[in-house]
Design a protein around this ligand. Structure first.
Ligand code: MN
Length: 232
């Protein structure tokens, strides 16, 4: 019975609407751990089960616990807090940032082959900006590998509507007023060692190459469409 129930929950989630940036951005403290739309072992062999489990239940949860402490009584939307994060204590930057980043990260991964297939229109956009999808992936891997120490690599839409690859240290992200390049993320990869070390040890490059096998391109395209709609 329990198995049947969790199967039904999975089916429901995997057919639910796409995640949206507005939904991530408008949340306010106290935050709670979002449920994944797939199981911890679903991304094997690209990401191992233990990493997913620890990453979600311990790392992400810790950012939430600490963000809730740091933001007690502050009910402003997360996007507004991140946009003015320089006015907050550093624990807000690290932990509210960590909560946003991980909530976003889970949504751009998928075990579903249909969602892993890149929509033609996204292919066109990436080709227009980077020359080809391959060239985009190479440039993204390069940015992610050369991010020194812990951090994130992002594909963002800039204020003037252009696609750009950026990276941020620690739990910073492109929505924050403290980063060099602001924009709306439509794709992002965690390059903290906790995201890959159990399976890949020091081989960050190999982790990145394998991420493409579980990338939810349909979600990335949904984010792009959402950002373009806001701009219009
Ligand atoms: Mn992480």
């Amino acid at each position: 019975m329990k198995k049947l129930l969790s199967f039904l929950v999975l089916v429901l989630f995997s057919h639910s609407a796409w995640a949206c940036l507005a939904c991530l951005n408008k949340q306010n403290a106290p935050f709670s751990l979002p449920q994944l739309s797939y199981t911890y072992e679903a991304l094997v062999p690209s990401i191992d089960e233990q990493t997913m489990n620890i990453h979600h239940t311990l790392h992400h949860q810790a950012y939430i616990t600490n963000a809730n402490k740091a933001l007690e009584g502050n009910e402003k939307p997360l996007e507004e807090i991140l946009g003015n994060v320089s006015e907050h204590p550093v624990s807000v930057r690290n932990n509210a940032g960590g909560h946003w980043n991980h909530s976003f990260f889970w949504t751009v991964l998928t075990p579903d082959p249909k969602k892993q297939k890149m929509p033609k229109k996204l292919k066109k956009e990436l080709t227009k900006t980077f020359g080809s999808v391959d060239a985009f992936q190479k440039a993204f891997e390069e940015k992610a590998t050369t991010q020194f120490g812990s951090g994130w690599a992002w594909l963002i839409v800039t204020k003037d509507g252009k696609l750009e690859i950026t990276s941020t240290p620690n739990q910073d992200n492109p929505l924050m007023d403290v980063v060099e390049q602001n924009g709306k993320p439509i794709f992002g990869i965690d390059v903290w060692e906790h995201a890959y070390y159990l399976q890949y040890q020091n081989k960050r490059g190999m982790y990145l190459e394998n991420i493409w096998n579980v990338t939810n391109w349909h979600q990335v395209y949904a984010y792009l469409q959402e950002v373009q709609k806001i701009k219009k």
